[in-house]
Design a protein around this ligand. Structure first.
Ligand SMILES: Nc1nc2c(c(=O)[nH]1)N[C@H]1C(S)=C(S)[C@@H](COP(=O)(O)O)O[C@H]1N2
Ligand SMILES: [Mo]
Length: 200
């Protein structure tokens, strides 16, 4: 008997299981998860602010943001609804570049978006090459349903921390739970420790 044929259509090569956090499954599509409608802010009305507990605030127009040094980066993303997507490719500005323009005593950040979404992240999780304001996905302008014109990307935390349609980062001295965090999601959201909900 010949060995059982794998067939010509084949399967995609299995991903390295060590890259899939506990309780997650691999997806090859790019699901859209939005609470509420997709906002459409024209680029000439668009700006990104850093405000809150800073010596003096900073703000970038679309032209200013996209003139800053950009990075292309490839990261794995993990949604709390259990899909993970590997090797997603983005272009954006490192938050190190933006945060170096302000002086602060703050330890926390609330990202806020067009449409009212907010999410909280420790400041230490946004520095040292861990987070970006991304405006291209796979070499194309970021689609509105995925957060275009620009979204926060914090890939080492569950994807709800990656605020779509981001317009500002408010630095705070105390941790202030954001939209999903107030509604029962974990305050920190580490996928490797399965911090999905409060109490996990
Ligand atoms: N402004 C905003 N950002 C958001 C959300 C949202 O509803 N509004 N959903 C979050 C959640 S729960 C996830 S999983 C991802 C989904 O991003 P995607 O639609 O590009 O897959 O965006 C996050 N950022
Ligand atoms: Mo999510």
């Amino acid at each position: 008997m010949p060995p059982i044929s794998r067939g010509f259509r084949g399967r995609r090569p299995q991903a390295d299981p060590s890259r899939i956090p506990p309780g997650q499954y691999l997806t090859h599509d790019f699901p859209v998860l939005s609470y509420g409608p997709t906002p459409h802010t024209s680029l000439d009305q668009w700006s990104l602010a850093i405000d809150g507990a800073v010596d003096s605030g900073a703000s970038w127009s679309w032209e200013e943001l996209t003139a800053l040094p950009a990075e292309m980066f490839t990261v794995d993303i993990h949604c709390v609804t259990k899909w993970s997507k590997l090797d997603t490719m983005w272009t954006g500005v490192s938050l190190d570049t933006l945060l170096e323009t302000v002086e602060t005593e703050a330890d926390y950040v609330t990202a806020w978006s067009d449409g009212g979404y907010t999410t909280n992240v420790p400041l230490a999780d946004l520095t040292d090459g861990q987070a970006w304001i991304a405006y291209e996905y796979a070499g194309q302008p970021l689609a509105p349903e995925h957060g275009g014109p620009a979204r926060l990307l914090v890939p080492h935390l569950y994807f709800w921390k990656s605020a779509k349609w981001v317009r500002g980062l408010t630095l705070t001295l105390e941790d202030e739970p954001g939209f999903w965090e107030v509604n029962g999601y974990h305050d920190y959201g580490d996928p490797w420790r399965e911090q999905r909900y409060q109490g996990d």
